[in-house]
Design a protein around this ligand. Structure first.
Ligand code: RTP
Ligand code: MG
Length: 135
């Protein structure tokens, strides 16, 4: 099994709901260790740069508006198969389609306000970790 790192963001909706600790507990009880963390109010430039891959999509402006609507909690998670493990814990992008017991099923309200971000591949994780935490 490969030890990987992945970038996780607890989005403004979940920070506002005061569930950072409950989400951290799910990471910890599933073998993911928090090895770096920062709470941050993203600027529009931060959010646009982070989601640059989506900039031609119709939902891009709504996504950026949402990501700057309040502070986020950004963390690096480390563990066996961390990228996929975190995506499994998060559940589907649309919380209505997310499996029972996943973070999005339990804490997210809509496809826009969907509680968490997680890198979708090891290479993406490297870029995203460097984006917020440097080398
Ligand atoms: P994330 O990047 O935030 O972890 O989410 P994801 O991989 O599950 O989904 P992705 O396709 O990367 O989309 C990024 C965020 O954009 C919003 N979205 N809205 N209205 C729509 O059809 C739509 N599709 C995506 C979601 O908030 C998603 O988390
Ligand atoms: Mg994504």
């Amino acid at each position: 099994m490969a030890i990987e790192r992945t970038l996780s963001i607890i989005k403004p909706d979940a920070v506002a709901k005061n569930v950072i600790g409950q989400i951290y507990s799910r990471f910890e009880s599933n073998g993911l260790k928090i090895v770096a963390a920062q709470m941050k109010q993203l600027s529009r430039a931060d959010a646009e740069g982070f989601y640059a891959a989506h900039k031609e999509r119709g939902f891009f402006k709504d996504l950026v508006d949402f990501m700057v609507s309040g502070p986020v909690m950004i963390q690096v998670l480390e563990g066996e198969n961390a990228v996929l493990k975190n995506r499994e814990l998060m559940g589907a992008t649309d919380p209505k389609k997310a499996d029972k017991g996943t973070i999005r099923a339990d804490f997210a309200d809509s496809i826009d306000a969907n509680a968490v971000h997680g890198s979708d591949a090891v290479e993406a994780a490297k870029v995203e970790i460097a984006y917020f935490f440097g080398a």
